[in-house]
Write a protein that binds this ligand. Structure first.
Ligand SMILES: *Cc1c(COP(=O)(O)O)cnc(C)c1O
Length: 401
């Protein structure tokens, strides 16, 4: 059976050109970039090249690019590093309720260590309210962290305006751009960004490598100490093959961005329209336009997301859900609950994230197999038509508590 991958927000396949660029650094170009001999220089060449490519892609300077082990480390390093560096100035951090856990759990850690964190809510589309942000800033605020685009519902936040507010108030601004780098234009100057996280494997690059952009002049308390690599901000012999892969992936993504973002947005529109046409009781989550190209997130009434994913998998389609079972916790997605979905609605969610190899035929195939699966699951569900009334009443009483 043909397998169709539609889960690019989780990870993406390694591009063949990226693999080719990486290969020499696994074999003949094995040097340590800190060594003074020719082997070292070869490795250093790869490192410098990748640093320049990434800098170029976001309008930064090469010396503002710090390579890390991925998006998670970049988020940790940005938040902890900036928080501790500016501790004498204040102890207040502002973030949102819909951040990736790499940000949220780091904020919770900082709360246990003497920092105060404000978690801004979002509206039904997932947007942060700029007035709320302005009002949350106090004399003690040192850092604001708001993601560029949400990984579940695809909503793109107004980072340029957020950056402006932070700049006016003398507060550092970090954004998790793991979902947008290489997909949506980023200009750290225009957007007033002080720190920004990128991950290799979300852009057809390798896993286990990422970037923290850190504006020149921004202080950072290193979280990994050692030989002073990466301008003393992140020690450890660099993962040169991975870094070169990330650089290549970024170069390709930027080259393809204009065309690919339009293509993916059109495919996603078609998919959304067709699904809403053919299935009752479905809602598109996130904003209809201001969203990541290729991301579509739906809630289906009376459906359990995990069952839906398994049935799609049997038809060869790989997608994901914000349902709790898939994450081994009982709570459904914090993002879907933050945009106002009930637990029941959040459990019936489906995230489709399209990528460069998805075609119109793939979308047609999904749109064909999905309605019968939904129908079957609803018939099997204890919440089937006969019980719907009871179910709705149950929902009501739940809301009254
Ligand atoms: C995937 C993801 C991360 C984590 O990146 P890793 O490289 O997998 O550690 C962080 N933030 C967002 C928004 C993501 O989508």
């Amino acid at each position: 059976m043909k397998r169709i991958y539609m889960d690019h927000a989780a990870t993406s396949p390694l591009d063949a050109e990226v693999l080719k660029a990486m290969e020499p650094f696994f074999s003949e170009k094995f040097g340590n970039s800190s060594s003074l001999h020719s082997f070292g220089k070869e490795a250093k060449g790869g490192l410098d090249w990748a640093r320049e490519k990434v800098a170029e892609a976001i309008n930064a300077k090469p010396k503002e690019i710090i390579f890390t082990s991925g998006g998670t480390e970049s988020d940790n390093l940005a938040l902890k590093g900036i928080a501790y560096a500016y501790r004498s100035k204040g102890n207040h951090i502002i973030t949102t309720k819909i951040e990736h856990h790499a940000v949220l759990h780091t904020c919770e850690f900082l709360e246990k260590n003497g920092f105060d964190v404000t978690y801004l809510g979002v509206d039904k589309y997932g947007f942060v309210d700029l007035d709320e942000l302005r009002n949350a800033i106090t004399d003690k605020t040192i850092l604001v962290s708001v993601m560029h685009a949400n990984n579940e519902i695809g909503t793109i936040e107004p980072v340029e305006e957020i950056g402006k507010i932070c700049r006016e108030n003398g507060v550092k601004f970090h954004t998790d751009a793991v979902q947008t780098a290489g997909k949506v234009p980023i200009d750290v100057e225009k957007m007033n960004i002080d720190a920004l996280s990128i991950s290799g494997h979300k852009i057809y690059g390798p896993k286990g490598v990422g970037v923290l952009y850190l504006r020149e002049g921004t202080s950072l308390e290193p979280q990994t100490l050692g030989g002073g690599h990466e301008f003393g901000k992140r020690s450890g012999t660099e993962n040169i093959a991975g870094i070169v892969g990330l650089g290549k992936a970024m170069e390709l993504a930027v080259k393809r961005m204009a065309r690919e973002s339009v293509r993916l947005a059109l495919l996603q529109d078609k998919l959304s329209d067709k699904i809403q046409e053919r299935v009752d009781g479905v809602k598109l989550n996130g904003h209809p336009e201001k969203r990541l190209p290729g991301n579509a997130n739906f809630s289906f009434d009376f459906i359990e997301g995990e069952g839906l994913i398994m049935h799609l998998d049997m038809e060869g389609i790989a997608a994901s859900t914000g349902s709790a079972c898939s994450t081994k916790s009982l709570e459904p997605s914090h993002v879907l609950t933050a945009i106002g979905l009930s637990h029941v609605q959040a459990h019936g969610s489906l995230r489709i994230s399209l990528g460069k190899d998805n075609t119109e035929e793939d979308v047609d195939y999904l749109v064909g197999v999905l309605p019968p699966i939904i129908k079957k699951l609803r018939e099997m569900s204890p919440l089937n038509k006969d019980n719907v009334k009871e179910f709705e009443n149950f929902g009501d009483s739940e809301h009254k508590h």
